[in-house]
Design a protein around this ligand. Structure first.
Ligand SMILES: C[S@@+](CC[C@H](N)C(=O)[O-])C[C@H]1O[C@@H](n2cnc3c(N)ncnc32)[C@H](O)[C@@H]1O
Length: 343
């Protein structure tokens, strides 16, 4: 098919011009040709248009809109109500829950998903979260190259390495992690100096990586996790900072009074762990605890009372416990922010 080669910046101008003259081949895509693009021409278009070159290129036809259109409809017949219509993509790894009756077709589903998503390299079945470290049990369904699930993730302009088969990671809290930067900035203004941050349940460090980008606000960063694989990724993602593999319950013995801002993200146990973590915070001035807890909506007030009880030996400046997003029916992801002074 004939295509008009135009400078890339003039693509929409020329597309409109061709459409206005009735020369645009509708329903076909525009070729990317480095600094130029190729706009498809129909049979009514003249042999010459201005001084622009006309190229013979394969027409770009739009592909299927959904991966299910790439699979023979007979195979999926009878299964339409259980087809996995959503999935996670972590870096170039697609993670999808395959319902039991579709297991015999899981490889085909993985291949169709990879074909549908050009940025994905590997598709894996998610067999659920396992163990204390809440790591996903993954089975490789299909791959475009190797079978490694190690991948690089980009979150709001920050990049880090993760292997979702070895370490917990959820992209769903990415927006909430941005709040740490605001909090660090305000605390630094209050204290009139750079602050130090500790994340004892850091995973691969998604909450800490953005803080490494503001050295004028955060100077010391301590990241730790009990999962040894997470500790390896922490070192990879935060090479210039203090990372380790440790039980958060004992960390204040290794790092007493190390931080002004303490991140606590072990949502099923954040509140009960709190008394063991207080020793990580500096004394004599305002410090902040920011965390997440998974709580039954009916028990939010009880949870607040429990936090207050744990902070009874400190000067409590403010405490905010807020239901942020639904976790399950009647159960919420709540954010905790406590400003205290330890004496
Ligand atoms: C919910 S994840 C949070 C990870 C990370 N902060 C994030 O936002 O992606 C909790 C992390 O705590 C780690 N963990 C569980 N128990 C721990 C403990 N007692 N001490 C230190 N880390 C622990 C797990 O390995 C996991 O990486």
């Amino acid at each position: 098919m004939r295509h008009l080669r135009v400078p890339r910046r003039e693509t929409s101008l020329w597309r409109d011009k061709l459409a206005g003259n009735g020369w645009l081949a509708e329903g076909h895509g525009i070729h990317k040709l480095g600094e130029y693009t190729g706009i498809p021409l129909n049979d009514s278009a003249p042999l010459e248009i201005d001084d622009l070159e006309i190229l013979e290129l394969d027409p770009l036809t739009p592909g299927p809109k959904h991966w299910t259109e790439r699979i023979d409809s007979e195979i999926l017949a009878g299964h339409h109500d259980i087809l996995p219509m959503s999935h996670d993509q972590i870096g170039d790894v697609i993670i999808v829950k395959i319902p039991e009756p579709l297991m015999p077709h899981s490889q085909m589903i993985g291949e169709a998903m990879l074909a549908q998503h050009p940025s994905a390299r590997i598709a894996c079945a998610d067999n659920g979260v396992k163990g204390d470290f809440r790591v996903r049990d993954l089975t490789v369904l299909a791959t475009k190259s190797d079978t490694s699930t190690k991948t690089r993730v980009k979150e709001h302009g920050n990049t880090f390495w993760i292997d979702p088969s070895l370490v917990y990671y959820s992209p769903r809290l990415a927006n909430e992690r941005l709040g740490n930067v605001d909090c660090a900035t305000k605390l630094s203004q209050t204290l009139g100096r750079k602050i130090s941050v500790c994340d004892p349940y850091a995973g691969v460090g998604p909450a800490l990586v953005p803080l490494t980008k503001i050295p004028e606000i955060v100077d010391e960063i301590y990241g730790s996790d009990l999962n040894p694989h997470a500790a390896e990724f922490l070192q990879l993602n935060l090479p210039d900072h203090n990372t380790r593999c440790a039980d958060a319950l004992n960390l204040s013995r290794e790092l007493p009074e190390c931080c002004d801002l303490l991140l606590v993200n072990l949502p099923h146990e954040s509140i009960e762990h709190l008394p063991h973590l207080l020793g990580l915070l500096k004394k004599g001035h305002e410090v902040v605890i920011r965390g997440w807890a998974i709580i039954s909506i009916d028990l939010l007030e009880d949870a607040e009372m429990e936090i207050r009880k744990h902070l009874v030996d400190t000067e409590l400046i403010s405490l905010n416990l807020e239901s942020k997003k639904s976790y399950a029916s009647n159960i919420t992801y709540a954010s905790i922010e406590a400003h205290i002074i330890r004496n």
